[in-house]
Write a protein that binds this ligand. Sequence first.
Ligand SMILES: Nc1ncnc2c1ncn2[C@@H]1O[C@H](COP(=O)(O)OP(=O)(O)O)[C@@H](O)[C@H]1O
Ligand SMILES: [Mg+2]
Length: 265
Amino acid sequence: MAAAPSSMHPAVAQSASAETFIELRGIHKHFGNQEVLCGIDLKLYHGETLCVIGPSGEGKTVMIKHIIGLIQPDEGDIFVAGMHVNRLHEREMAPIRQKVSMLFQGAALFDRMTVEENVAFPLLESGVCDRNEIKQRVLEALTAVDLDDHLDKYPTSLSGGMRKRAGIARAIVARSECILYDEPNSGLDPIGSDIIDQMILRMQRRYGVTSIIVTHDMRSVFKIANRVAMLYRGKIHFLGTPAELEASPDPIVQDFINGHSNITG
Ligand SMILES: Nc1ncnc2c1ncn2[C@@H]1O[C@H](COP(=O)(O)OP(=O)(O)O)[C@@H](O)[C@H]1O
Ligand SMILES: [Mg+2]
């Protein structure tokens, strides 16, 4: 492997190693006649938190779905921990999905299962069968998101913020090294949003988790990101630290961040 790239920023170096964990190289993706991703190059370092911003419909969700093989690129390559994701067959994806969990937009809990059953689901799927181990890991994940008093509740009786936290518990229960969060703060008030941000920070500091967070919430970006990538017109239009983002003279960047800083005032 090449040495740490000279473009590495101090913020990354502080909280992350220089080792590349995820790499997207020259990713192109179209649907019908719509070019969604037009050559995405992006590296994510071990232990860092990268926020992905950009207007709606620009391909943020499509981009992160490539990482766990839910979408195949037309062109380009994806590497996770040295594994060449887009060369793997669906049945060979298990090691990738163990390393990388995704919190889908809207959390997508099963309404007919209790919180405890929802969180246990990925463990059962990955073949853990020891009941005590399952119980203990579910409790640990729910404690991390302050939901350990709500094991027997059904998702429909939880608030939006609690449902998101249950979704996060489900994403962390497998003890993945990396978590992809798709708009974890959307629809939450500033307090609910802050609870999620604190949790993301805790996962990084306590467990060294590497994360990508797709978000529109600029307050959250400035709180949690080591680096920020802005997706615009199918490309990474900006990549840098939050301070560099704020200082960027680029009018597209400024319009975007100003438009999204005022929303939750
Ligand atoms: N499976 C799909 N089939 C067709 N079009 C899709 C599919 N997934 C996403 N798209 C389109 O790709 C574009 C980018 O979508 P998305 O990644 O969800 O945007 P966002 O940046 O808001 O997350 C949108 O125009 C969307 O309609
Ligand atoms: Mg999206």
